[in-house]
Design a protein around this ligand. Structure first.
Ligand code: FE2
Length: 335
């Protein structure tokens, strides 16, 4: 019987590979409202709080999130996770001193993850002595971690299995949704008090993936409704594309909007999601992603045709998985 690491795992940072540095600088600093540090030689970082790095942008062709970094509370849990991965025969690579420094962390390890998103774990985030210089008043991180990532998948059970094996992720709930006649099922997984750190969206009954990027969207949580509204306004005024207008989600009740990043995936800014109480929580299935709002902005028939084209192409390109870590959840565990 393995000791659970649930609650000791927090989404800590994301690594983004892009060539569009000047657009990203404007998007992150002037529109979303984060603190930016230019490190030179093709490296830019954004901060949300006292941690040195929440987003690491490095030059490269992917235009995508290429790695997710998870903060592990204590060395025992860290070693437990490392041992699990090794026990399944999956390679674990120690990050170099330079890689750890870029991410502002200590004790960095990396291993393969679903859809080719490298998974990284670390024990200690480095704190910056520099005060935050940003137009937002603040962001909610703490025990709930950075926010969440949403991934589309043709193999949702494998993703569920992977995050169960590695982090003891729990199923929070499901959403069934129909978009443009396509039925989707979304699984929401949590690793701490945050309603979800990972969302997995799958087209029901068809092995197609309608999204080019590995991550469909990521989410960060604004401190106040005022911050949410002002950043929404800035995204518009600075000419960045809005994907979905302000709305409220059915399951975590978060108020949010979705902007399109210079790399093409979406960036959700949210406010006031519910926090899960482990003593009473029961998974449920919600109908539709939103109670109100979240209306597509400026979507054309060309965009819809593009989605079908991408979906069709995904039929011929098998999704990357890590089979050794993606087995079904063990007995007694909720699916
Ligand atoms: Fe989200």
């Amino acid at each position: 019987m393995k000791t659970s690491v649930f609650g000791a795992v927090h989404l800590g940072y994301l690594v983004i590979e892009t060539q569009r540095f000047s657009d990203w600088a404007r998007f992150g600093t002037d529109a979303i409202g984060m603190h930016r540090d230019d490190l030179g030689s093709g490296v830019m970082r954004f901060r949300l709080d006292d941690q040195e790095c929440r987003f690491l942008l490095r030059r490269g062709p992917a235009e995508d999130v290429v790695a997710t970094g998870w903060h592990i509370d204590d060395h025992a849990s860290f070693e437990q996770i490392e041992a699990r991965i090794r026990a399944h025969g999956v390679p674990v690579v120690r990050g170099s001193a330079e890689e750890a420094e870029l991410r502002g962390v200590e004790r960095l390890l990396r291993f393969p993850g679903p859809k080719g998103i490298t998974q990284e774990i670390y024990t200690t985030p480095l704190k910056s002595a520099e005060p935050l210089l940003m137009v937002s008043s603040g962001w909610v991180t703490g025990d709930a971690g950075l926010g969440h990532v949403a991934i589309t998948s043709t193999k949702p059970e494998r993703l569920r299995g992977y995050f169960d094996t590695v982090f003891d992720a729990r199923l929070t709930d499901f959403i069934d949704e129909t978009i443009s006649g396509v039925k989707l099922k979304v699984r929401f997984l949590r690793v701490n008090e945050r309603h979800h750190s990972i969302a997995v969206a799958a087209v029901r009954g068809l092995p197609i993936d309608p999204v080019r990027t590995r991550v469909q969207h990521l989410n960060i949580q604004a401190d106040s409704l005022d911050d949410l509204a002002r950043s929404y306004q800035r995204v518009h005024e600075l000419g960045f594309d809005m994907a979905l207008s302000v709305g409220q989600h059915t399951n975590d009740k978060e108020l949010s909007y979705y902007a399109r990043t210079p790399s093409g995936f979406e960036w959700e800014v949210g406010w006031n999601p519910i926090v899960v109480d482990e003593s009473t929580w029961e998974p449920a299935t919600h109908q539709g992603i939103s109670i109100w709002g979240h209306t597509p902005v400026g979507q054309t028939i060309i965009d819809k045709l593009d989605q079908f084209r991408l979906g069709a192409r995904s039929l011929t390109r098998p999704e990357k998985t890590v089979p050794a870590l993606s087995g079904a959840p063990g007995p007694g565990r909720r699916r």
